[in-house]
Design a protein around this ligand. Sequence first.
Ligand code: 4AD
Ligand code: MG
Length: 478
Amino acid sequence: MSQRIKIKALLASTETGKDVTVKGWVRTFRNNQFIALNDGSTNSNIQIVVDFENTDAALLKRITTGAAISVVGELVQSLGKGQTVEVKAKEIKILGDSDPEKYPLQPKKHSLEFLREIAHLRFRTNTFGAIFRVRNSLAFAVHQFFQERGFVYLHTPIITASDAEGAGETFHVTNFDIANPPKTDTGEIDYKQDFFGRATNLTVSGQLEGELGAMALSDIYTFGPTFRAENSNTTRHLAEFWMIEPEMAFYDIVDNMDLAEAMLKYVIKYALDNNKEDIEFLTQRLTEEEKQKPQNERSEMSLLEKLQFCLDNDFERLTYTEAIEILRESTPNKKKKFQYQVEGWGTDLQSEHERYLVEKHFKKPVILTNYPKEIKSFYMRQNDDGKTVAAMDILFPGIGEIIGGSQREERLDKLEQRMDEIGIPKDELWWYLDTRRFGACPHAGFGLGFERLVLFVTGMGNIRDVIPFPRFPKNAEF
Ligand code: 4AD
Ligand code: MG
């Protein structure tokens, strides 16, 4: 008996006349004769032709949607439409039955909302097969991009005592009996008695530790899970998401932007080159979905065109101040169509504003720089105007912010002064400040929200559909 061959390789094979072994899950079984079999190696199924007259009726009954089977048969040229080869079954084994009465994934169109409820099975649909193969490629491409450039992949801690972004949206980590934690004399929870001897939380970002690495290794990147307890029930936020955070010594903000733009283009191109079939499938899916919308809400470009457009064009670069001017003068602002009016300099941009800039005004990815220091984190480098910091956010069509980054404040006095202003305890970050004491140098970095990238490349509309098991308020199923 020949060894198992994956369906992707089989469909590309021209060696008809040979016996092959395939294994997979039954998608459909038509007329007691044609099995569409899928093993996840590709979106396409292999057709198995069953000689039903010479096959045990009891076995035929067990070939049901969702069942796992093993097939030995001859690879032959297909007479049917839609495939070049098929397998003429000689022997079929049921590896795992699937009761058709109970199997939740019927061979019909299910809503994405329903599939989210059966996320343990949704990998078995065409859409989610494609999404997770694309996600895999993007992750690989991220590593390849940085490795080709000599970056060191650094593993920063998941459990930490710091809140890197200073936004206070952390998940606590404790070993206490939460109904009865030990208390101090003054009645506060006594974290000295906790596992780490202090209060700890899940990381919101690996940046601060990443900076320590860059101050010796020059160029590092992290790629790991991050956790935020922000109560945002949106299509763009997760409580657990994956972030890529490069940090580069001797980079200024322009170097930082150049690297970020090059990285995004590289990984998108990698997916286009290596996941053609999946992206074509997802393009078609999106086009179908958009047909449900009124004409004026449909996108001008298909998913494939959007991705290609992103590769072919320079991102638009402008300052926050310039963006505010554009937004203030924009038609939706004048007609009071924005939920949040853009009035003065200094306010944070809402996602509707970011999307207006990208989708309506520039019609391409945008890099915004030099934000007011009040709306950005303490570690960003202060500009000479005394008002802004060397921040850069990259905004993408349909997504809004995909990357947030900055040149870092390397001047100890400036950094300490800013921490005092905002009330960030310097003693807790003594190690971070040490890098400003010993061999400080200009450096910069950014964070790419991996799921937002996957959203963009797959054309999906909800971030909960591009991570296998999403974590969001009131949900931690699976
Ligand atoms: O802008 P953020 O908060 O920046 C940082 O965490 C910096 N420490 C990054 C750095 O400079 N090293 O987050 C970075 C990116 C955002 O642009 C967004 O793409 C993503 O992370 N992100 C989220 N993605 C999914 N769900 C959430 N709740 C997210 N919050 C941020
Ligand atoms: Mg941000």
